[in-house]
Design a protein around this ligand. Structure first.
Ligand code: S3P
Length: 167
């Protein structure tokens, strides 16, 4: 069993994924944390010192490694499905679940979030909503390739549990 949670920054992949793993007796791995540990640098450090292109290469490498882990729920980085053949690899090696949340809700959550995210650092609420809309337009074609899609108001623990237990 290998589950990939997919979706935009702030959609709840890590929060719900961690809770889901406890109920489903699976391990939980946050891909960003995995990248940080493997590279001995934080995500903001990687972006600042090496740039996004290098970050995407590290992300691809991390995914290739994680795609061999078993009995695991993996919260992927928001951009991970949209580079290289990452989406294809995830669909081949596990159950992909797209957590689809409205841009306004994402913006509200991201403004409150304490996690430092290089792509949106310093953006005002309006700038953030515009950025989310713009990137979602490009990312949508990748996210849509996920096998399962969950949209609010169905995006909760029970719904995710049902999905992984009764596919
Ligand atoms: C990114 C999302 C982040 C992290 C990096 C880039 C993106 O992960 O991988 O800052 O491109 O959307 P979260 O979705 O966990 O915030």
């Amino acid at each position: 069993m290998r589950i990939y949670l997919i979706g935009y920054m702030g959609c709840g992949k890590s929060t719900l994924g961690r809770r889901l793993s406890q109920y489903a007796s699976l391990k939980f791995i946050d891909m960003d944390h995995y990248i940080e540990e493997r590279n001995h640098k934080t995500i903001p450090q990687i972006f600042a010192e090496e740039g996004e292109v290098e970050f995407r290469k590290k992300e691809q490498k991390a995914l290739a490694e994680l795609s061999e882990f078993t009995n695991v729920i993996i919260a992927t980085g928001g951009g991970a499905p949209c580079f290289f053949n990452n989406m294809e690899l995830m669909n081949k090696t596990g159950k992909t679940i797209y957590m689809n949340i409205k841009p306004e809700i994402l913006a509200g959550r991201l403004l409150k979030s304490k996690t430092e995210r290089p792509l949106i650092k310093g953006k005002s609420q309006n700038e953030l909503v515009a950025f989310i809309n713009e990137t979602l337009k490009k990312r949508d074609e990748f996210y849509r390739q996920a096998k399962y899609h969950i949209t609010e108001p169905d995006l909760n623990l029970d719904c995710l549990l049902e999905l992984i237990e009764n596919p």
